[in-house]
Write a new protein. Structure first.
Length: 415
């Protein structure tokens, strides 16, 4: 086997280990299940629950355009990812210790620290995301990228599925440490999984890129505007990603909906987490191979699942707590379709010397959706869960129609 082939295989395995344990870490402090349940156990404020995904989306994506201008000219991006991961390890470790030592005796301080920790966690993830896309673009061959993203989802989902049962035990009534120490344990475990992910990333041998001078900010942003004007494919890609965010806006409210509508035990959160992971892992059998042939098809299926899931949540309200798992299976499949479809398509349309810039633009598009959880919270407060869920489903249907028409028009023009 040639040396180049050995390097590619090593990079694939290293990226797989990193992505697997990153996914486990994210699930142990899940933004859509664990954190909303934690906040709702301290306060019933819908505003604070909406603040969680809003911070996560805005701080995790909006700075990417600025970070891209700083990172893109560097020959090697790996040091930036080390900074990002180790910062995340530290902040989640600190959060876990605080929860276990101070507890809920000072709820204002506890919640303030949680939101500050999430802000730092998200911003460092924004920096890491810009570097990561370029590293994977250089280290994983074009023909293997869709398989890489799908494989990373599968291996991560398998471990995260087990993590769901761990969450069930930790948040269950039989766990000896009780609330809020159980959530503190989850933060510490999340930090530990991230640390293992660093070891996997260490295996990746990043090819040295071309170093160049950083573009001045005064020229950088006009260049971005010119790129958007000249690249129709990029504009459509970003608009569709914004539409996909209308499903994200209600995902944190599924667990709140079931808690307030019929009441569920704390341990069931772990079951729902496992169900969402299972849905994502099962669907990845299809997403990887489909994305290699047509990433647009995966995105269409992502929008379809986003339109269906809220309707299913409303229809099975009286079916019983166990059957609510179906909602999270569908949500997991839709979320993984979004990740595989959009990540694959991003690398398809981005020029090799502008991957960081295109990643930054994608981050900006995602950040635009950051206020949407407040919209969902407002619809729930002033109207009902039903109105919020139907509204999100309707937007996804409109996105389906628009993307389907664009694909049909392109196919007709090519024919």
């Amino acid at each position: 086997m040639a040396e180049e082939e050995i390097d590619k295989q090593k990079n694939f395995i290293g990226g797989l280990i990193h992505g697997t344990f990153l996914r486990v870490s994210v699930r142990l402090a899940d933004i859509d299940l664990i954190l909303p349940a934690f906040v709702s156990s301290i306060t019933g404020s819908k505003f604070l629950i909406a603040l969680l995904p809003s911070i996560y989306l805005s701080a995790g994506n909006l700075p990417q355009t600025l970070f891209a201008n700083f990172v893109e000219p560097r020959a090697r991006k790996k040091p930036f990812l080390y900074i990002a991961i180790l910062s995340r390890v530290f902040i989640w470790f600190l959060m876990g210790l605080f929860v276990m030592t101070v507890g809920v005796s000072r709820p204002v301080i506890l919640l303030s620290l949680l939101f500050f920790s999430l802000l730092v966690y998200s911003m460092t993830g924004s920096l890491g995301g810009v570097a990561y896309t370029d590293i994977i673009g250089k280290s994983i061959p074009d023909s293997s990228r869709a398989r890489f993203y799908a494989s990373r989802q599968v291996t991560g989902s398998l471990l995260a599925f087990g993590a769901g049962f761990l969450v069930r035990y930790v948040l269950g009534d039989s766990f000896s440490l009780g609330f809020p120490n159980n959530y503190g344990i989850l933060f510490l475990l999340s930090a530990g999984a991230l640390l293992v992910g660093v070891l996997g990333f260490y295996l990746i041998e990043e090819p040295r890129g071309e170093s160049r001078e950083r573009t001045p900010i005064t020229s950088y942003f006009p260049g971005i505007i010119a790129t958007l004007k000249n690249d129709r494919e990029l504009r459509i890609f970003l608009m569709v990603r914004i539409v996909a965010g209308f499903h994200i806006m209600i995902i944190p409210y599924y667990i709140v909906f079931f808690k307030e509508t019929v009441g569920i035990a704390g341990g069931l959160i772990g079951i729902y987490l496992a169900a969402r992971v299972f849905g994502g892992a099962l669907s990845n059998i299809a997403w990887g191979s489909l994305a290699e042939k047509n990433s647009n098809l995966v995105i269409l299926l992502c929008l379809s699942l986003g339109a269906i899931t809220p309707i299913v949540a409303l229809l099975i309200t009286n079916a019983g707590a166990v059957y609510f798992s179906v909602v999270f299976v569908l949500a997991g499949a839709g979320m993984n379709a979004r990740e595989v479809g959009f990540n694959t398509q991003l690398l398809e349309i981005a020029p090799s010397d502008k991957r960081a810039t295109y990643t930054g633009l994608l981050g900006t598009a995602i950040a635009i959706t950051a206020p949407l959880p407040f919209l969902a919270g407002g619809l729930i407060e002033f109207f009902s869960f039903q109105v919020a869920f139907l509204f999100a489903s309707g937007i996804m249907v409109l996105g389906l129609i628009a993307l389907g028409y664009d694909m049909w028009r392109d196919a007709f023009a090519d024919g």
